[in-house]
Design a protein around this ligand. Sequence first.
Ligand SMILES: [Zn+2]
Length: 585
Amino acid sequence: MRMQASRASKVWALGFSSLLMASSASAVTAPSEADSSLSGIAASKIGIRTLRTEERESLTESLNSLAAGGQAAVKLDGRSGAPRLISGAPLMFTSSLTDATEDDYIRVARRYVEEHASELGFSPSDMKLNANATLLANDVQFVSFKILRNGIEIQDANVDFRFKNGALVQVANKSYSEAKVAAGADDHLDLQGVVEKALTPKSVAMTRELYRVVPEGRGYKLVRVAEFNTLTQNNKLYVVEVDAATGEMFEVRPTEFNFDGVAKGEVYERTYYKQKAVTLPYRDLYISFDGGGISTDGDGKFTGLPNKAEPAVKGFQGKLVNVEPSSGELVNVDGDKAGNSWTLEFKRSSNEDTSADKAMAQSMTFYHLNKEIQHAKRWINAKWLNKQLTANVNIEESCNAYWDGSTVNLFSAGNGCANTALIADVFYHEWGHGLHANTSGIDDRAYSEGFSDACALLLTRNNLVGPGFRLSNGAPVRDLKTMKVYPKDSNTEVHQEGLIIAGAYWDLFVELKAQHGEDKAVEVLSNFVLKSIFTTHSYTDVYDALLTIDSKSGKSNDKSENFCSINKSFSRHGLAKLDKTCDAT
Ligand SMILES: [Zn+2]
């Protein structure tokens, strides 16, 4: 027996609807990532509408009829006044079940509805079992039904029957049987055409029709919608619902849930030589997946990965650094998933010779160039620091590295030398040439060598440049303690001449460290080295520039904060006149 006629008049026309508060019953969750295919659709239509009702206790005993012969505690919908939660102990005296099957509980549930169809506003024929929601435990037993109207399912409409020790004690009635179907579903509308016009998708297929419950006035209405699986030009799948009465877009719902992850891997903190590999996160690294890509943040983390995507690192490419191996295999890392989170972890092969490892060379270069860029960004904002820098690694030559005017180039192991990408000092230095070329410009080659050694010093905090470069004894490329003085040692080989300024910076670092401690010394020296490269064209210009950078007052006669540290260090290398107020030790 259908109870359509009684809907809207029988139960909720009980005279207290005027006491009811309107409640907000709909929330839209927007997708985390914008899809340009949706640009023509109102933002309010994109996302997932969630229907939540607010309920209030009944003020009347007139609903006791919902408990057969007993008292029912009833909560009413705060908007429509329909009975939402009916509790009683029990609701049906005749229905205490023992050793019952699922069918027995279903039968009781249907009978309850049949006996109270006029109050509930629907009948057993409107119920469709949701078998997945059945729980038959020792203490409680639950059965649940989806609710149909005119044979079509209503989204969000469920009725749940809760039994305690076999007795029906609670009915949660979200049937929305009080809602009327919005007028005028028009079968002549071309609903698929609406989707095609709005999204210009790659493919679209209608899956079903259903009703959506929409809050309206003091109640709800049912909107009949047609649902389409829609694949956009960006390869994203949406469920698109179109109002069958008006042909308007009802909801564009992403099918993808987003996953998080982290990318990390083994690197040496400085060099393969006498150091153990450690695992550290890769910042600003591209993670690729079928049909898309995503980047890690400053902590190596990423969010917003589509649910079916299988992320992978296909070579070390990122926003700021692109590592191109000339030989050896491009590093590929597949993800491991645990829960909602992916981990992409590069691990060094234990079979590789540590001084020649071509995979580790890629990891090292990517990690440390990013580290150097971030370090520099703390003091300077050169445009070059925001451009992607290419580093060619595993070049099939040996015992060198170079800056070619636009890229960093690092050689493979051989002829008694390690792979130069396994020693961060080496490409810290080559990067320094890149910064020099992209700030004041490299007019003075010896200055560029000395400046680049100083760039390595800022990160290594060490006088040696490139420990482990020579395989036989681990000898570095240079030692900043090598005493070189201007003008005596000028006009020699450029790297040797560069030690005049690099040595002055090293001495300054030692002075600052004694004064401020190592961390502060690195801060002060970074400020000097990185800022002065914008405004100096020869290493003999640096001293005066540093006094300006170090000055608090800006008055050139005032001694700057670190005046004596700078003066002593630079005078030792012939780059300044020793000031008599500074101790010359
Ligand atoms: Zn160089």
